[in-house]
Structure formats: structure tokens, C-alpha cells
Design a protein around this ligand. Structure first.
Ligand code: V47
Length: 364
């Protein structure tokens, strides 16, 4: 694309952004294909200011990955293992509770729980886990189980997703994380996660959750075998569901890490691609208030810079992270709250500690 046509592109898209007008599929593709990172970033920064203001959110949370045993064995995943394999693990409920207890003393407000789709763990394990964690501290928000895991529980128990979700909610489930979305396009799923639920099904489970009063996040795993058009299609489908339910709290683009995966010959993403993806997410998802940079996957420095490329949330303290680290992430697994506050301040923005549902806990 020549500099001249990028100028035209930015003028027309810039007018739409200023007017708060929705961008088209074609706009999204053109922005992602543009080589003018700063031009795209400036538009995203303007959209961020209008939609989300100058506050940047973070959360004091802990991730728990209860098992890595998974029947899906997605090609992009270095975390999962077969049942009985040397590297397979499953935490007992006591071990899960112990991890939660450790973090309660650090003032966490959220537990973020995702795991493999274990072929033989009984459904009661998951239900009891939620019930016991909720009893341990009813104030701590439980953000647990992706749409893919919920569909898996429903299939195993021969019940509807709605029944499973209502039961989980009654036991203490607060909201759902955004994982398992990958790329919705069937072509891509056929290559990278052929055993996982379809993109349609992922959206359907989220629709059901939102209708049952359970909010969720949304993600997209990018930087593997998908095309630019398939990324934009993913964003447009999320935008449509958000129009319908308003149930998504945030969107998190997840940068693919190839090490130890079935796709390890791929190069992975670079900083320019990551920033452009975040910026275009902000521009296309005009009905998502919060665009989150997951510092674990992006690296702390790129996550900080992304605050000038449309991002208004930098995730959390995390404490323990297995999925990206199995795939070669070089970041630490934990970051101190003081460090998150400093990163946000140094980017010239206002640090706000939030709870899972974006209520303000404290402004710094
Ligand atoms: O669904 C798996 C992705 C997801 C790799 O909701 C990988 O706030 C990169 O969804 N390289 C799980 N990504 C994590 C997730 C998440 C993370 C942080 C915050 C939230 C939220 C959700 O991780 C999986 C998959 O898409 N993933 N393997 C990999 N090699």
C-alpha cells in the first residue's frame, strides 16, 4: 500500500472515528494491512479517549490452572497433556484451596480459573471447586471456565449449557474468562483446534451465559495460521454478539507463542503486529469499553506502550501462569501491584484498581 492511499484511508476512517461511526469489515482489513503503525495508533488512541477516558485499569488477581490434562490437544497449546503422561497434573481440591488461601492474604479480589478438558474428572470436581472457593471467601470474585469448558461439562453431563451455567452460578461462579475463542473461522479451527467446539458454539455459549446474567470476556488468539480477513471476521462476530447482549466486559487479543507447540516452526508475533492488533481491536470493537493488554503474553514493555494504542486495561498481578509459559513466554509469572501502578503512571495515565466487573476499588 502506498503512503498516498494510507493517507486517504486514514482521512476516511478518521472521520468515522471522530463521528463515532461504525467501521466496516473492509476498514478493519485495510487498517491491519497498513504499514503506518503510528497512524493506526493515533486513531485508536482517539477512540480510547472518547470511549474509556484516561483511567487505566488493573486488577489484583490470581490465576489457577487446576489441570493440564485435555482431550482437545490443540496444536497451538504447549500446556496440555494426555491423561497419564509424565507431565500431566491435576490439582486436588485441597491444593486449589491452598493456592487461593495463599493469595487472599495479598488482597486479591479475583480468582481466574481455567484448565484442560480432562476426559475423566467428574463434573462434581468443578462444581465443588467453585462452591468451596466461594465459601472460603464470598467476597472474592470467581472468574472461571471458558465457553469451551462449559460446553464440555454440558456434553459430559448430558445437560444444556444453560443448566450447567445456572448451577455454577448458584455455587458461586461470578463471570467467565474469554479463552477458547481462538479464531472463529472454521478453516483455521480445522487446522489448529479440530477437536474444540466451533466458533458458532463458542458464541452461542456466551450468548446463553450473558442471558443468564453471567458476564464474560472475549479473546482472539492471533499470529499463527489465520489471515488478516479471518481476524477481522472474528472481531465483527464479537461486535455483533455484544450488540445483542452487552455481556462482554473486555476484549483481550492473545499473541501466539510457538515454543513447544505443534506450530513451533512459526515465528510468532512481533511488537509492531501486537500494537497494531490492539489498536485495530479498539477501533473495530466500538461497543467494548475495555481493551486489555495481557502483559504476560506481550511483555511488560509492549503492554505499557500499548496504553497509547487503544488499550485501557493492563490485566493483573496473576501470580502463577502456566499456559503462555509452557509456550516460551519470557515474562515473569507475577507482577507487583506497585509495578503496575508505576507502569501506568509513567505512561501518563491514571491507575485505577478495579474489580472483575470494572467497579473502581481505588484510584492512585
Ligand atoms: O484459550 C493457548 C491461549 C487462552 C497459547 O479473560 C495461547 O481476562 C498464546 O484466555 N500462545 C487461555 N496463547 C488464556 C486466556 C486469558 C488470558 C488472560 C486473561 C483472560 C481474560 C483470558 O490462551 C487459550 C488460548 O487462546 N493460548 N496456547 C500459546 N501457545
Amino acid at each position: 500500500m502506498t503512503v498516498h492511499s494510507d493517507t486517504d484511508l486514514f482521512a476516511s476512517i478518521g472521520e468515522k472515528v471522530q463521528a463515532g461511526e461504525r467501521l466496516s469489515f473492509e476498514d478493519g482489513v485495510a487498517l491491519l494491512k497498513s504499514r503506518d503503525l503510528l497512524g493506526v495508533g493515533e486513531l485508536a488512541d482517539a477512540a480510547r479517549r472518547r470511549l474509556a477516558g484516561d483511567e487505566v485499569y488493573f486488577i489484583n488477581n490470581r490465576h489457577i490452572n487446576h489441570t493440564n490434562v485435555c482431550g482437545n490437544r490443540c496444536k497451538f497449546c504447549a500446556f496440555s497433556a494426555d491423561e497419564g503422561a509424565d507431565d500431566a497434573y491435576t490439582l486436588t481440591l485441597d491444593e486449589v484451596l491452598e493456592r487461593a488461601r495463599e493469595s487472599l492474604t495479598d488482597g486479591i479480589t479475583e480468582l481466574h480459573i481455567v484448565g484442560g478438558e480432562h476426559p475423566s474428572l467428574p463434573y462434581e470436581y468443578y462444581l465443588e471447586m467453585i462452591g468451596a472457593l466461594h465459601q472460603l471467601d464470598p467476597e472474592v470474585h470467581l472468574q472461571a471456565f471458558t465457553a469451551s469448558e462449559i460446553a464440555f461439562f454440558a456434553k459430559r453431563t448430558k445437560r444444556t449449557e444453560e443448566e450447567v451455567l445456572r448451577e455454577m452460578k448458584a455455587a458461586g461462579l461470578g463471570s467467565m474468562p474469554g479463552g477458547g475463542a481462538e479464531i472463529f473461522a472454521e478453516r483455521v479451527r480445522g487446522i489448529v483446534c479440530d477437536k474444540k467446539i466451533s466458533g458458532e458454539k463458542w458464541l452461542e455459549v456466551m450468548r446463553t451465559a450473558h442471558q443468564a446474567g453471567i458476564k464474560s470476556n472475549a479473546t482472539m488468539l492471533y499470529g499463527h495460521v489465520e489471515t488478516i480477513e479471518e481476524r477481522v471476521d472474528h472481531l465483527v462476530r464479537l461486535r455483533e454478539l455484544q450488540d445483542e447482549t452487552g455481556g462482554f466486559g473486555s476484549f483481550i487479543p492473545l499473541a501466539f507463542h510457538p515454543a513447544n507447540t505443534g506450530l513451533e516452526d512459526l515465528a510468532g508475533t512481533d511488537g509492531i503486529e501486537d500494537l497494531k492488533m490492539l489498536a485495530v481491536s479498539r477501533l473495530m470493537l466500538d461497543n467494548f469499553r475495555n481493551i486489555k493488554a495481557f502483559w504476560i503474553m506481550l511483555g511488560v514493555k509492549v503492554a505499557q506502550i500499548s496504553l497509547h494504542f487503544g488499550v485501557n486495561d493492563i490485566d493483573g498481578t496473576v501470580v502463577e501462569e502456566k499456559i503462555t509459559h509452557a509456550a516460551g513466554a519470557e515474562t515473569g509469572e507475577a507482577i507487583a501491584k506497585a509495578e503496575l501502578i508505576r507502569l501506568i503512571r509513567d505512561a501518563g495515565r491514571v491507575p485505577v484498581e478495579r474489580d472483575t466487573l470494572y467497579n473502581e476499588i481505588r484510584r492512585y
